[in-house]
Write a protein that binds this ligand. Structure first.
Ligand SMILES: [Zn+2]
Length: 451
């Protein structure tokens, strides 16, 4: 199902703007996605990375749940939070952001409730995968401050000196992103705004991962992003989460699932050309991207690719990388998961996210001077010693907290002035943890690495 990309070359298309007019893609009435389309030079580097990654895995089944801290930059024009009207609906609520994070965690862990219903055709159920990606709301800013609203950075565009909303992708790339991006090695940057001008009607777009390739990393598609300060995804405020300004038929949070799919290295399911190649062997060829919802009861839709992709089952319109309505989407495949996992294990600014600690406030708690605590060895292979020295006898608790803020181990001491405490972490996943002591005197925190 390899087909040469026969339309205009991407460089001839210039910036994102005209891509939606690709004549081989049967677009729905609105432009569901403005992300770059299949680029075979980029893909060659991706395939090289994938092959190396799979050789390294040496037949083992990768089973790593990667954690990705997210920050939503919500762009507004000075309107109150959660003012959900046609003219002031750009400053979306925390509840709406939270509903989006919930959807992401369901879709990337295959716990979405519509998977088990008739939405997913039986012929595709076995191809579906738990991508083992988890998203958490950042709790700490790049300067170490605790965020008033987890996962949210509200930006009044007038105080930034930016043009009035709405924005084109060109303006977003040149001004908005470089002027508001948070360290992309620690955060997945998500911008929420209103698209306008040449890009009115766009639901969202994403920057692809940078591929490590010899001494010269392949930085996305030529002329289409790739820099650190433009890394991330952008959605229109009308297509975020499942509440507030979320607008049917894109009101179930799947615009984010789709765009973060691109951000993790996935192409559109039809390879952006009729019966083209998305470089996943378990997604059937299909003649075009799907508009609407072929059936709410798991019906088929002709793939239109002859014997290559018989009908039924036809199109895998349930795939998040199609253009179907949100209610019609329910799955990624194992082939798509393999690409996502390779990206998280190898790509610039993706691997570093896995050790980011910004979803926990444990590391920013006040350190008091009348508690002495030493933690060793660090890094540790599982056996950890905590030396505690208190000025007087008192109750205290030693906690080990992961980067999600979850306590994974706790030791309580009654009326003690300290000593050496052994903690076994050998059954925990490798990664960064915080060891804290809390007593009536205060608290103290140390960061450790379990390897
Ligand atoms: Zn897309």
């Amino acid at each position: 199902m390899n087909k040469i990309f026969t339309t205009l070359s991407l460089s001839a298309l210039g910036f994102f703007g005209t891509i939606a007019q690709n004549s081989n893609v049967q677009d729905p009435p609105i432009n569901r996605c403005g992300s770059p389309k299949v680029n075979h030079a980029y893909e060659a580097a991706f395939q090289e990375m994938l092959a190396k990654h799979e050789r390294f895995a040496n037949g083992r089944t990768a089973s790593v749940v990667y954690n990705i801290p997210v920050i939503f930059h919500i762009l507004h024009s000075g309107v109150p939070v959660n003012s959900n009207t046609a003219t002031t609906g750009r400053n979306i609520s925390q509840a709406q952001v939270n509903s989006q994070i919930t959807v992401l965690n369901q879709d990337f862990r295959k716990t979405n409730t519509n998977f088990a219903t008739t939405v997913t055709q039986s012929a595709f159920v076995n191809a579906a995968a738990d991508c083992e990606i988890n998203f958490c709301a950042a709790k700490v800013s790049p300067t170490g401050a605790v965020l008033a609203e987890p996962g949210i950075d509200r930006i009044n565009v007038s105080t930034k000196g930016w043009s009035a909303l709405p924005y084109t992708m060109s303006y977003i790339e040149s001004t908005v992103k470089p002027g508001s991006s948070w360290d992309p090695t620690k955060y997945l940057n998500i911008w929420i705004l209103e698209f306008g001008g040449a890009d009115i009607g766009t639901l969202g777009y994403a920057q692809f991962p940078t591929i490590p390739s010899g001494t010269a990393p392949v930085t996305d598609m030529v002329g289409q992003g790739g820099a650190a300060n433009t890394d991330g995804v952008v959605f229109d405020y009308q297509y975020v989460g499942t509440t507030g300004t979320a607008t049917s038929p894109y009101n179930l949070g799947r615009t984010a699932t789709h765009e973060i799919g691109h951000w993790l290295g996935l192409w559109h399911i039809n390879g952006d050309t009729s019966c083209g190649n998305d470089y996943c062997s378990d997604t059937p060829a299909q003649s075009s991207l799907t508009g609407g919802c072929p059936s709410t009861t798991g019906g088929t839709s002709a793939a239109g690719c002859g014997t290559v992709s018989p009908n039924p089952p036809g199109k895998m319109y349930q795939n998040y990388m199609d253009y179907s309505d949100d209610r019609c989407m329910s799955m990624f495949t194992a082939g798509q998961k393999a690409r996502i996992q390779a990206v998280m294990a190898n790509c610039v600014r993706r691997t570093s996210l896995t050790t980011s600690t910004v979803c926990s406030t444990a590391g920013v708690e006040e350190n008091v001077s009348n508690i002495e605590m030493t933690v060793y060895p660090n890094p540790t292979n599982g056996e950890l010693f905590v030396d505690v020295n208190l000025l007087d006898t008192q109750d205290f608790t030693i906690s080990v907290v992961n980067t999600l803020g979850q306590t994974v181990k706790e030791v309580k001491q009654v009326q003690s002035n300290g000593g050496k405490i052994k903690i076994d972490l050998s059954d925990k996943n490798v990664g960064v943890y915080f060891v804290s002591i809390k007593s009536k005197s205060g608290s103290k925190v140390k960061r450790i690495v379990l390897q």
